[in-house]
Design a protein around this ligand. Structure first.
Ligand SMILES: *[C@@H]1O[C@H](CO)[C@@H](O)[C@H](O)[C@H]1NC(C)=O
Ligand SMILES: *[C@@H]1O[C@H](CO)[C@@H](O)[C@H](O)[C@H]1NC(C)=O
Length: 377
């Protein structure tokens, strides 16, 4: 056997075995009585050195990775993309044919929204040229900016840009340099093969809207029309898909857990195009986690430094032999990955301090504390 063949065999073996190796690592941390079941997540606010270590091999064909809300922080965004194995040192795409989905809220909070947006747009072009894909979806903060609402723009960035009026003009969806490009972006995407097939959107698509529009294509088209008119139910700040929180926090929408999960299942059946789960951002959770038995994946961990967050990514691999998906939350450092835990089970398993980790640690989060367990469970 030539050494090239040996190498190829090793690469294939490593790829196949990695989920089991991860499981082994996780099982080990349980065994040794590590303080919590979710070491990667609970360490959320303990800032660590940049490790710049991609967790999966670059260019894995058909790989699917996703990023939650990035909020004006290019450094953490870059590090999260590295966790996916999608970028090199300076915003160069090394992800080959892989697919990355970013679920919106690139803008606001952090001090470099525009820099981040431009990096991502450039990376999207690079990905396309390489036969891969970077899908940039709209979040409620893209909508806010297109509506001229600058309340959450970092004051220093706003000043440096030349003030509020200049900013509003630039983000106008019909005439602004940034607004026009944003208004052309989708808000819904179904990606992934087989058991990895997933519907991505920012907040959560309600079943009524899914039934009304009937497909992801029709929803994207209708949203783009409503954006240019700046009017319509898809922009609604309570039940619209860019704002809805009822799947993540059922009681906010006066739903029981069961009713929320049933509605989610109905939405998937209507517009999911084979998707078995929905992945959303918009709600800061303490760990990348799930609800509804995995049908809802919550991938916004407040990773921007504006939230004292740290880089994280979500990934799905297909085990084609068993036709099952292997979903992983990826973090930097030694705890490379874990299966996203069921949110409320994870919350019940950690210390009271860890349950309130965010609201006790940062001013912004005391005002906007939805990253803590009591808000969800
Ligand atoms: C922007 O935010 C980052 C992260 O908090 C910080 O390191 C940097 O100094 C800030 N830059 C400016 C110009 O305020
Ligand atoms: C694999 O699983 C997916 C979803 O779980 C299903 O839609 C698909 O039909 C399955 N394919 C095969 C070949 O069993």
């Amino acid at each position: 056997m030539s050494s090239l063949m040996l190498l190829a065999a090793l690469v294939v073996w490593t790829h196949w075995m990695s989920p089991w190796l991860f499981n082994l690592l996780l099982a080990k941390s349980h065994e040794t009585g590590a303080p919590t079941a979710h070491p990667a997540g609970v360490a959320a606010l303990e800032a660590s050195e940049i490790t710049n270590r991609p967790a999966i091999s670059a260019g894995h064909r058909g790989g699917l990775c996703a990023l939650g809300d990035l909020h004006g922080d290019p450094l953490h965004a870059l590090r999260a993309l590295r966790l996916c194995g999608a970028v090199g040192d300076d915003w160069t795409w090394v992800g080959g044919q892989m697919t990355i989905v970013q679920v919106g809220d690139v803008l606001d909070r952090g001090n470099a929204s525009i820099t981040l947006l431009e990096h991502l747009w450039d990376l999207r072009d690079q990905a396309t040229a390489a036969g891969g894909e970077l899908v940039l979806l709209l979040g409620n903060h893209e909508l806010l900016n297109m509506q001229g609402r600058t309340r959450y723009v970092h004051h220093k960035e706003l000043e440096a840009f030349g003030g509020k009026t200049r900013w509003q003009n630039a983000f106008d969806p019909t005439s602004g340099a940034y607004g026009k490009r944003l208004a052309a972006q989708d808000a819904f995407a179904v990606r992934g093969h087989g058991s990895c097939r997933t519907l991505f959107n920012h907040g959560g698509l309600r079943a009524r809207l899914a039934a009304k529009f009937g497909s992801v294509g029709a929803l994207n088209h209708a949203l783009q029309t409503q954006l240019t008119q700046m009017n319509g139910e898809l922009l609604d700040a309570r039940d619209g898909p860019l704002w809805f929180r009822g799947y993540a926090i059922p009681q906010l929408a006066a739903l029981t857990e069961q009713a929320a999960c049933d509605e989610l299942a109905m939405t998937l059946a209507t517009v999911g195009d084979g998707a078995t789960r929905m992945a959303v951002g918009h709600n800061i959770v303490p760990w990348i986690s799930s609800r509804c038995g995995g049908a809802l994946q919550l991938i916004d961990v407040g990773m921007s430094s504006a939230y004292l967050g740290r880089p994280a990514a979500w990934r799905c691999d297909e085990d084609t032999r068993a036709n099952v998906s292997i979903v992983r939350a990826l973090y930097e450092g030694d705890a490379l990955s874990e299966e996203p835990p069921e949110l409320c089970a994870a919350c019940a398993s950690v210390s009271p301090r860890a349950r309130l980790l965010r609201s006790t640690s940062h001013e912004v989060l005391r005002i906007d504390p939805h990253g803590d367990c009591p808000n969800y469970c």
